[in-house]
Design a protein around this ligand. Structure first.
Ligand code: SAH
Ligand code: SF4
Ligand code: F3S
Length: 472
């Protein structure tokens, strides 16, 4: 819609003007102090949060802050996640620790944003018990960071700006990319699926797709800037484009992205099994750029539990889908998410999950113990198993998943495959780390000048979840 575009352009312009003002103001402060002003940024949660953090860091760098790994920074921002309880506990723990730095540096500013802040109970708790926090905002107004900082500089007390939802997608603001050669690209925001255990739809709002033209032009400019791999991001990429004025499918979007010259690899996350179309499988099968990896969260192998979870597929449908994908893309790597201990899960249901794990043989799986999220339908369901039983199931599942992953990883041992070199090996700096199309990592000797390039590497030895290799 034209009108909406104008509002967004105006908003972006306004924010850029505020950034200019702040830049001058903060450079005076830095001169006074005789040192650069620093910021520390921490991000919890998923790829979508990571993408938001790149935007936040882009704004902070634009107004003159310099990044530091130290918590003793002039500006500290925590982008929070609330998908499971332990994500929240980490934030409170860290907030407590920060008090001492603020005492030392009274000009220090602490900002909180992200999914946790979309919960009113959380904000109440922070207002009462963590009064050293300066700025709180949510998931819908990340683009406003500069405005909120300016407001804080001009006022006493906490600045709080949380939106319930939004129809706005504000583009064209700075972003500080973590890697030069690969980048996440939002194709949609929010989620409409309301899986009964999940808080994401409540904190990220309704599903909104970006226009394909905007996505394509962002990717083109990333490619011009040296990016060769993109990860298209959304909570359920398979329902992309349905609500656009001119509807388009995710498969059609992929075909358009594929045509971008200079772009070498395309990844996407996350696919909901209920919306994964034959059209998408066909596009993946014929593509030369879409990576041989599909993350397909199954959550549970029990049709009854899946129904209670409101996932809208059965065990058999999931298995059939996996067969179809494997037939079309034979060497694809499949990964998944599994929740153990959903309230209605019995031992027999859990056995169904193990059964699917054994049949599909995932390349890897993220396993989670169910965490009760206030306000979701599952929160009021009674638990069928004790905590101890659930923990025992979790351990059994983890063992099974890891044993299978070790074996499946081995299947490429001895072959030569192309990697995108991502950086120095974190454990041993004489080695480089590269990522295969199927998402596995390979460590191999090489010069750091190769970072960002594609190399053919022999997968000499499988180490279970990664390979040791050599350039071939
Ligand atoms: N949109 C993605 C997942 C987003 S959350 C999808 O639908 O697949 C990432 C993972 O966290 C989920 O796949 C699920 O396995 C897990 N998760 C979400 N809510 C949870 C909860 N309340 N307790 C435990 N795990 C949860
Ligand atoms: Fe949560 Fe389900 Fe949406 Fe994924 S699809 S974000 S699990 S509600
Ligand atoms: Fe967490 Fe929000 Fe992502 S709750 S998993 S950061 S969408």
């Amino acid at each position: 819609m034209k009108a909406e575009t104008n509002i967004n352009e105006l908003e972006a312009k306004k924010q850029r003007e505020i950034m200019e003002r702040l830049k001058i103001r903060l450079s005076r402060k830095s001169e006074e102090l005789g040192r650069p002003l620093t910021y520390n940024s921490v991000c919890f949660g998923c790829q979508m949060n990571a993408k938001d953090s790149e935007k936040l860091e882009g704004i902070l760098e634009t107004i003159g802050y310099v990044k530091t790994d130290s918590e003793e920074a002039d500006f500290l921002i925590m982008n929070t996640c609330t998908v499971r309880e332990n994500a929240n506990l980490r934030v409170y723990g860290r907030l407590g620790q920060l008090k001492k730095y603020k005492k030392k540096n009274t000009d220090m500013m602490i900002a909180l944003c992200g999914c946790m802040m979309q919960e009113s109970l959380v904000v109440e708790k922070i207002k009462q018990s963590y009064r050293h926090v300066d700025i709180i905002f949510g998931t819908h107004n990340v683009f406003k960071l500069a405005e909120l900082i300016e407001k804080k500089l001009d006022s006493e007390g906490m600045v709080i700006d949380i939106w319930d939802g939004t129809t706005e997608i504000v583009e064209d603001l700075p972003s500080d990319r973590k890697y030069n050669f690969k980048c996440g690209v939002n194709i949609m925001f929010g989620c409409n699926n309301f899986c009964s255990y999940c808080i994401v739809p409540y904190v990220r709002g309704r599903e909104r797709s970006r226009k394909p033209e905007d996505i394509i032009s962002e990717i083109k400019s990333l490619v011009a800037d040296g990016v060769s791999e993109v990860m298209l991001l959304g909570q359920n990429v398979n329902s992309y484009g349905r609500n656009l004025e001119k509807p388009i499918t995710f498969a059609e979007l992929l075909e358009r992205v594929e045509q971008i010259d200079g772009l070498m690899r395309i990844r996407f996350m996350t696919s909901h099994p209920k919306d994964l179309s034959d059209e998408l499988i066909a596009v993946m099968a014929k593509s030369s750029k879409i990576c041989k990896h599909l993350h397909l969260p199954m959550q549970s192998g029990s049709t009854k539990v899946l129904s209670d979870m409101n996932r809208r597929y059965t065990k058999e449908e999931y298995l059939t889908l996996v067969d179809k994908i494997r037939k079309a893309v034979p060497d694809i790597s499949l990964t998944t998410d599994i929740i153990v201990g959903f309230p209605t899960e019995t031992e027999a249901d859990f056995e169904e999950t193990l059964d699917v794990v054994r049949r599909v043989r995932f390349d890897s799986a993220f396993t989670f113990i169910y965490s009760k999220r206030t306000g979701t339908p599952a929160a009021s369901m009674e638990a069928a198993a004790t905590e101890k039983e659930v923990k025992a199931r979790f351990d059994r599942l983890l063992n099974e998943v890891q044993d299978i992953a070790k074996e499946t990883c081995k299947r490429f041992e001895g072959s030569i495959m192309e990697v995108l070199v991502e950086g120095l090996d974190e454990q041993d700096e004489s080695l480089l780390t590269g990522r295969l199309s199927n998402n596995l990592l390979v460590h191999f000797p090489g010069e750091k000048e190769l970072v960002g390039s594609f190399q053919n590497v022999k997968l000499v030895e499988s180490k279970g979840f990664y390979y040791m290799g050599e350039i071939s």
